[in-house]
Design a protein around this ligand. Structure first.
Ligand SMILES: [Zn+2]
Length: 151
């Protein structure tokens, strides 16, 4: 299955939205049981039967965050969008796929191979658009294996 970068971004967005929806459901279910999203216990508002939607700790955190927002305003937008849209490790071998900007400002998927050779960090990447997903992954794995052998 070959996907364009747009399709991959679309798929990642969908994955995130689904994960957010699952989290919302989980929090709502926990709240019915009197458990906060952090796992703490929910407390009742003094002098009433109302239950707070978060535990005292989370309320303090939210208060601090709101205070900071009031004083300093929103965080400045990042100049470069996060490079790790799909930063999940493929495996623990030092080979991973990332969405990154290339030298011309285009966003593209790459497979990265990295290894420490003679105390130096080596990194090399292969474009998914050029070699295909499996092809780029295979090249990265081969390079990684070679580096490990030469170490
Ligand atoms: Zn909490």
């Amino acid at each position: 299955m070959r996907l364009t970068t747009e399709e991959r971004i679309e798929r990642e967005k969908r994955r995130r939205e689904e994960a957010n929806a699952r989290m919302r459901e989980k929090v709502a279910a926990a709240r019915k049981l009197g458990i906060c999203r952090c796992g703490g216990k929910l407390d009742t508002k003094p002098g009433s039967t109302r239950i707070y939607s978060t535990c005292p700790e989370c309320r303090e955190k939210a208060k601090a965050s709101a205070n900071r927002y009031y004083r300093e305003g929103p965080l400045p937008p990042r100049a470069i969008p996060p490079a790790k849209l799909d930063g999940r490790l493929r495996d623990s071998t030092g080979v991973r796929r990332r969405l990154e900007r290339d030298g011309l400002g285009r966003v593209a998927w790459w497979w990265f191979a990295s290894a420490a050779v003679n105390g130096r960090q080596r990194i090399r990447r292969w474009a998914v658009d050029k070699y295909g997903d499996r092809g780029a992954w295979r090249l990265a794995m081969a390079q990684r294996r070679e580096w490990i052998k030469s170490k």
